[in-house]
Design a binder for this molecule. Structure first.
Ligand code: DHB
Length: 390
């Protein structure tokens, strides 16, 4: 009897201590990663997924005593209703703590209200329309914005004897952001935009647009197309003979994406662009990143999308260290705001007011290094906030 009583007491103590322990300590931190792993923008998904896996392999799968569990979902890249359903299922059924990924702007827009309603941190690793971060107070962005990277090339063009520009952009959020910022900065530098056209996002046929740009006879074409689309764009630029007609190409780095740049061939040589990341960025951190990425993914070169995934994971790990593993939306956001760290792309920070990324924008030129095409940086603008919110 005495023994039984003692056993019961021990059991009661054990139960009490279990109940008293923070319930979440033993649970994994679940990250619902929604990416286009198939469809026309699959390269974005593959790059980010590879970077997320590399981050976990490099830094371990436990932070502040909690295991990190990534649940990857393919939204196919072109259907906002699919992204929305996946986000809903991840929150309700899988009980994820954090949403992440979002390859394209309409997909980020579709998930934003769910992040707000469920108070879940939402890490935008790719989509780059300025307004995205205003759609939920729980959004943090580790990619970039189109106004952020378009101002640099507009300023460079105005200072480098380019007087008349024709603008070609993909007809949705990031393209319109790029067009508006280019017009504003280029005009301020004394340049003139003599025409513009917007190309459909779905099944784009670049030929007729390129012809219109050529007929306008500008000094240069300024272009934005989303990651993965640059090859088709460059092919038509070459075939319609714009370079032969003396028309230069200037662009955001999306057009000269490292994932496909080498396959573009010599048409890309000499093209000037501005962007926040090049695989050729010369820093100790980036040399290590590119080497590790290529070792883990033979035949693949990391592009700017991969950095959004890498730094998104870095942000999550740093925040969890600060909160002691607490994923509560408000505590997570409070810890993330104002955070600053060194990424393979350079120094970056999360603006405390907008929750958007502040970073260096580089001016680059396509050059051949050891037989391969790279965006070689030759100038930089430090600490660029998203001008779309100023
Ligand atoms: C977006 C997608 C891209 O592939 C890119 O390079 C820039 C922006 C977007 O949809 O936001």
């Amino acid at each position: 009897m005495k023994l039984l009583k003692t056993l019961a007491a021990i059991a009661a103590i054990a139960l009490a201590s279990l109940a008293g322990a923070p319930a979440q300590a033993a649970d994994p931190v679940k990250i619902g990663l929604i990416l286009p792993m198939s469809g026309p923008f699959a390269s974005t998904g593959k790059q980010i997924d590879a970077a997320v896996k590399l981050y976990i392999k490099t830094h371990g799968d436990t932070v502040a005593g909690r295991k990190i569990q990534v649940i990857l979902k393919d939204d196919t890249g072109t259907a906002p209703d699919v992204t929305k359903r996946l986000a809903q299922e991840l929150i309700v059924n899988d009980k994820v703590d954090i949403l992440a990924g979002f390859g394209l702007t309409p997909l980020a827009f579709a998930a934003a209200p769910l992040s707000e309603e469920a108070k879940k941190p939402m890490i935008v690793m790719a989509a780059a329309t300025s307004a995205i971060t205003t759609k939920s107070p729980y959004i943090l962005r580790t990619s970039f914005t189109l106004p952020q990277v378009s101002a640099g090339i507009a300023d460079w063009a105005a200072k480098n004897k380019i007087k008349k520009v024709y603008i070609l952009v993909t007809d949705y959020g990031p393209g319109i952001d790029a067009e508006n910022q280019f017009k504003k900065t280029f005009a301020a530098g004394g340049g003139e935009v003599i025409g513009s056209a917007r190309i459909p996002l779905k099944n784009p046929d670049y030929g007729p647009f390129m012809q219109r740009a050529k007929d306008a006879a500008p000094d240069a074409v300024f272009a934005f197309v989303p990651s993965g689309e640059g090859t088709g764009f460059m092919k038509e630029f070459a075939e319609r003979g714009l370079a032969k007609a003396g028309i230069k190409l200037i662009a955001t780095g999306d057009v000269l994406d490292d994932d496909i740049l080498d396959a573009m061939g010599d048409t890309a040589l000499g093209v000037i662009s501005s962007h926040h990341y090049s695989a050729a960025h010369k820093s100790k951190e980036n040399l290590q990143y590119v080497a590790d990425f290529q070792k883990a993914n033979p035949g693949m070169r990391p592009n700017f999308m991969s950095l959004g995934g890498w730094d998104g994971m870095d942000l999550i790990y740093q925040v969890l260290k600060k909160t002691g593993g607490d994923t509560n939306g408000d505590k997570f956001l409070a810890a993330a705001k104002g955070m600053s760290w060194l990424s393979p792309r350079g120094q970056i920070s999360i603006d405390a007011e907008t929750r958007d990324i502040t970073q260096t924008v580089y001016i680059r030129k396509v050059e051949k290094i050891d037989g391969h095409l790279y965006n070689v940086e030759f100038d930089q603008i430090k600490d660029v906030k998203d001008p779309g919110k100023q």
